[in-house]
Ligand binder design. Structure first.
Ligand SMILES: NC(=O)C1=CN([C@@H]2O[C@H](COP(=O)(O)OP(=O)(O)OC[C@H]3O[C@@H](n4cnc5c(N)ncnc54)[C@H](OP(=O)(O)O)[C@@H]3O)[C@@H](O)[C@H]2O)C=CC1
Ligand SMILES: CC(=O)C(=O)O
Ligand SMILES: [Mg+2]
Length: 651
């Protein structure tokens, strides 16, 4: 095992170490430091404040006037020009002159009442006697001292007492706001139980009701009102060493459609998995929602709606805001910040990925992460059904981001395995959209991402007819439409195949193409089934079937960790294939015996470390990794870099 000191590079740049971005002298002190924005800055020259906090230093962060001018010309500024100065000069400090605006960030030691209310440093009753003395906590806590393990036991009992999933979600969010380390310890220790609470399906309901349950803002909101000022908005975020941003514009939240600004639950949820499942430090994670309006009438008419009450901006207005955002992120956080696009509608998702994949470290989870996970599941499933990937025929219900993303990665993998041209391989893969089977006679009217899948065939409207005519071995649901794998469809799959592979990927549970019970019952216990949102085990004719969860949550945390720890600057398809191979290798015989084609989430941190190692190794091989020299044992290195939620001792 590598000692934590071998991860100094990452500690300093943010992965495993304490939250800071200060000079060496301050970094050595292990007190509960806070960075805060003070006004007016001239008062903050040192000494104690009312709450016993000691102001250690006043930092001045300069903002060149040119970069924050509020006209729309910012969007036209060349990327290189706007990024001038680079990551070492993120606030323009190096070139600050008297005519530059500055943000008066200051550093203080949190203590007393303030410390108890700081989620990053609060430990509740776990503060030791010594810490209670040193940090002005006497009398602010009842006398007992209890360890974090006991707090976890108490919290899980507390969460379990709620019957309604949304109440569990709110209790978890409340904990995250009060005591971040306890939140992550609880989530990691009870990952199988709590994943459905902080993630799909409950996060979907939370987004739908975000306006009602909204207590404290989480993440960063960038709306059309901030056009021309996005650099300033990013500078309002208190953490400086950001390594992963998950961003949505809320237009396709799970299979629930346009939830506008309320989509914020998704970046918040995804990033909590980056930390819990992938070990990326919470302060290095930044959830962002871009608010360009919503076309959801219900929200537009809801007085509690938290977003802009206007219809969605499109075309140039949308593109300009996104471009300003992308440029500002690079200027503020540098070349190596990972930007994960999440739950954009497909008419923007493919274009954004294409536009920024050569200039930024971008990754679309719905297109690419999902593809990597599903390919892993299919490769694992071959152990149960036999043959190679190339021996199979695939049919999708849904030809959007997830459907065509998965289809393309399967085709790429088969093409690599068989040396057959991609165009030939694609003929094994068929997709159905809302208008029926995608066939060549529809080519002219198809969106660009569907065109490669328009094969020669007569038009077919119904899925069951497509199944009977194409005779697929694998059926994948990516339609966002619940109960579309009907009894007829599953019976047709089961009459064609001894062991039909049926993946019902749409989220949340209400949108799943079928339930686990339906898949096992209608296939008479022969289906190899996995779903995007979890289903409980099913008993059929005396045998218990455990459905797996085919969700991109298996990949993105480890994938992101691999990129970050290797300093990778661009995402390449081979990195997705590497992640997929790593995940498939984690499925054990014991899992197969239960019919599982994905490993359980219980061991996900180990799995993420292996995924990270494979992704990083491939990045080094392709010359995309900038962290040199390459660590000798990448899996050990990945583990040594992972954030652990155990409380730190304060001197
Ligand atoms: N398990 C996982 O990890 C993931 C799951 N998903 C889930 O997949 C679903 C789809 O996401 P995404 O691909 O991004 O969405 P898109 O909107 O990009 O694609 C949806 C596709 O489904 C088609 N469709 C809609 N209704 C029907 C219908 N009744 N019959 C046939 N096809 C239909 C649409 O057709 P048309 O083009 O004609 O409109 C479109 O091609 C969502 O529920 C999402 O939650 C997504 C990512 C990851
Ligand atoms: C899982 C996921 O990313 C989705 O359903 O959109
Ligand atoms: Mg998604």
């Amino acid at each position: 095992m590598i000692s934590s000191s071998s991860c100094t590079f990452l500690s300093n740049s943010g992965l495993g170490g304490p939250s800071n971005n200060f000079s060496g002298a301050q970094r050595r002190v292990s007190g509960p430091f806070r960075v805060c924005c003070m006004a007016p800055p001239s008062n903050r020259t040192g000494g104690g404040d009312r709450n016993g906090s000691i102001v250690m230093e006043v930092e001045t962060k300069a903002t060149p006037l040119k970069e924050i001018r509020s006209d729309s010309a910012v969007a036209d500024v060349d990327d290189n020009e706007i990024s001038a100065g680079g990551p070492q000069d993120v606030y323009g400090e190096d070139r600050a002159t008297e005519d530059h605006f500055v943000t008066p960030w200051s550093v203080s030691v949190a203590s007393g009442y303030t410390l108890l209310r700081d989620p990053h440093f609060n430990k509740g009753l776990a503060f030791s006697e010594k810490e209670r003395d040193a940090h002005y906590l006497r009398g602010l806590l009842p006398p007992t001292v209890i360890p974090q393990e006991t707090q976890v036991k108490k919290m899980i009992q507390h969460i379990r007492q709620y019957q309604v999933p949304l109440q569990k979600y709110m209790a978890m969010m409340d904990l995250q706001e009060r005591n971040e380390r306890l939140f992550y310890k609880l989530l990691i220790d009870h990952v199988e139980e709590l994943l459905p609470v902080v993630y799909t399906p409950t996060v979907g309901e939370a987004c739908q009701k975000y306006g009602d349950i909204f207590m404290r803002p989480q993440g960063l909101y960038i709306s059309l009102k901030e056009k021309g000022k996005i650099l300033e908005v990013l500078r309002n975020w208190p953490e400086k060493n950001i390594q992963v941003i998950v961003v949505t514009d809320g237009e396709r939240i799970l299979g629930l459609g346009d939830l506008g600004c309320q989509g914020m639950g998704i970046p918040v949820g995804k990033l909590s998995l980056y930390t819990a499942l992938g070990g990326v430090r919470p302060s290095a994670c930044l959830p962002i929602t871009i608010d360009v309006g919503t076309n959801n009438e219900k929200l537009l008419n809801d007085e509690l709606y938290i977003g802009l009450k206007q219809r969605r901006a499109t075309g140039q207005e949308y593109a300009e805001l996104m471009h300003e955002f992308m440029s500002a992120v690079k200027t503020t956080y540098g070349e190596k910040v990972l930007i994960q696009f999440e739950d954009f509608a497909n008419h923007n998702a493919f274009d954004l990925l294409e536009k920024y994949r050569s200039t930024h470290l971008v990754f679309n989870d719905d297109i690419q992460g999902t593809a990597s996970v599903v390919l892993a599941g299919l490769v694992a499933a071959l152990k149960l059904v036999g043959g190679n990937l190339a021996d199979h025929k695939f049919l999708f219900l849904g030809a959007g981001e997830a459907g065509t993303g998965i289809a393309e990665l399967i085709a790429l993998e088969i093409s690599k395995q068989t040396n057959a041209p991609l165009e030939e391989v694609r003929k094994k893969i068929w997709l159905v959209d809302s208008k029926g089977l995608i066939v060549s006679s529809r080519k002219e009217t198809l969106q660009h991402f569907k065109k490669p899948w328009a094969h020669e065939h007569e038009p077919v409207k119904k899925l069951v007819d497509a199944v009977n005519q194409i005779k697929p071995t694998v059926l994948i649901g990516t339609s966002g439409q619940g109960r579309t794998f009907t009894k007829e469809v599953i019976e047709a799959m089961s009459s064609i195949n001894e062991k039909p592979i049926i993946l019902s990927l749409s989220n949340p549970t209400s949108q799943s193409e079928c339930t686990a019970e339906e898949a096992y019952t209608w296939s008479q216990g022969r289906a190899i089934f996995a779903s995007g949102s979890p289903f409980p085990p099913v008993e059929y004719e005396g045998k218990v079937f455990v459905p797996g969860q085919a969700n991109n949550a298996y990949i993105f945390p480890g994938f992101g960790l691999g990129l970050i720890m290797s300093g990778t600057i661009r995402v390449h398809d081979d990195l997705l294939l590497a992640a997929s191979e790593a995940l498939a290798a984690e499925v054990t015989q014991e899992n197969f015996d239960k019919g599982l084609i994905f490993p359980p989430f219980t061991n996900i941190r180990k799995i993420s470390a292996h995924i990270a190692a494979k992704v990083a190794a491939k990045a080094y091989e392709l010359g995309l990794a900038t962290r040199l020299p390459q660590p000798k044992n990448l899996a050990e290195f990945a583990e040594s870099c992972m954030y652990t939620p155990a409380y730190r001792s304060y001197r």
